[in-house]
Design a protein around this ligand. Structure first.
Ligand SMILES: CC(C)(COP(=O)(O)OP(=O)(O)OC[C@H]1O[C@@H](n2cnc3c(N)ncnc32)[C@H](O)[C@@H]1OP(=O)(O)O)[C@@H](O)C(=O)NCCC(=O)NCCSC(=O)C[C@H](O)C(=O)O
Ligand SMILES: [Mg+2]
Length: 294
């Protein structure tokens, strides 16, 4: 089985949550410089508003108008009164992906994938998994391999901190093991890895530091909660101009020196092997994908 088309390399620098109950936010998202949008039916929506939010999320996806932005609906868990109907409505609306909350083991995701198969046998809709429970983190590798529908793992650092009984610490020290395990699992299975949210809307320096840390850990992008956070993530997770120029020099040097035949060459005095060329090509492809999104 192949992965859904939305698993192709695409920018996920900025992934913005919005409560699907907020019509104004859904409309505003059409104008924002954002790579992906999560229409939330779960924790940001009060129980009394769940059904209206579900209808509004499905309607927004069906009506479109979001251009090249990736559209994701976060459903409620299948163990809640809303989860099964959310899954049906989301699958029928055909977003790029459905985000499953609080995934604790592979069986949970297999269950969702099994139900989704009857709703979307052509497998157009991908699955994303929230990594936000201690069991989920411990099972990260098995979750990442649970179904070919899965294309991204998303950190849920708020729920995880709650479950761990951990405290906010400098540089997210209490989260580091979990963050690294999720990046490891995602990379081993060829999935995207998206970092958790930064909750303080007035701390621009803190957001920039946390984005830089996410880049360093290997994440593809960051989940966000407000439009004012977009620029920081778009900048931090995009390849820098110097890195792109360097990548192009590596690719050109490799081709000029016939690296495929030699196995190893030097470019500007540096040893270059095929792995460096792969890295360089990935960076250039990401930059092209960002430019193509417009
Ligand atoms: C945090 C907010 C509740 C703040 O709302 P508000 O005070 O209304 O913001 P502003 O007045 O500053 O809004 C200015 C304009 O921007 C639009 N807006 C605001 N937020 C969003 C958004 N997220 N997406 C799109 N547009 C947004 C407003 O409509 C205003 O527009 P205009 O009228 O044209 O000027 C609010 O930002 C918010 O609800 N954020 C999202 C909260 C959310 O979705 N939370 C759930 C995900 S977090 C989570 O669960 C993580 C994970 O599971 C874990 O465990 O860690
Ligand atoms: Mg959560």
């Amino acid at each position: 089985m192949t992965r859904p088309a939305s698993s192709a390399l695409r920018p996920r620098r900025s992934v913005l949550y919005m409560p699907a109950s907020k019509e104004r936010a859904l409309e505003k998202a059409k104008t924002l410089d954002v790579d992906a949008i999560i229409l939330d039916l779960e924790d940001a929506v009060a129980p009394a508003a769940k059904e209206a939010a579900r209808a509004q999320a499905a309607g927004a996806v069906r009506d479109g108008g979001y251009g090249g932005r990736e559209l994701v609906i976060r459903i409620n868990g299948l163990d809640t009164p809303w989860g099964a109907d959310d899954l049906t409505a989301a699958a029928e609306a055909r977003p790029h992906a459905i985000l499953v909350p609080k995934v604790s083991d592979a069986a949970m995701l297999e269950d969702v994938a099994g139900r989704l198969y009857t709703l979307d046998p052509a497998q157009e809709v991908a699955l994303w998994a929230m990594m936000e429970t201690p069991r989920g983190i411990l099972n990260a590798a098995a979750i990442a391999d649970a179904t070919p529908r899965l294309t991204a793992l998303v950190m849920g650092t708020n729920d995880l901190a709650k479950e761990l009984h951990s405290r906010a610490m400098p540089d997210r020290q209490a989260m580091l093991t979990s963050l690294e395990m999720v990046v490891l699992a995602a990379r081993a299975a060829g999935l995207a890895a998206i970092d958790g949210v930064f909750g303080d809307l007035n701390d621009d320096d803190g957001l920039a530091r946390e984005c830089a840390q996410g880049v360093g850990l290997g994440f593809d992008g960051k989940t966000l909660i407000h439009p004012k956070q977009l620029a920081a993530a778009n900048t931090a997770f995009a390849p820098a101009a110097d890195d792109i120029a360097d990548a192009r020099r590596i690719i050109e040097g490799w081709e000029r020196e016939d690296g495929d035949a030699k196995g190893v060459v030097t470019v500007d005095g540096r040893m270059i092997e095929a792995l460096h060329v792969d890295q360089a090509r990935r960076l250039v492809a990401l930059k092209d994908a960002i430019d193509a999104r417009g």
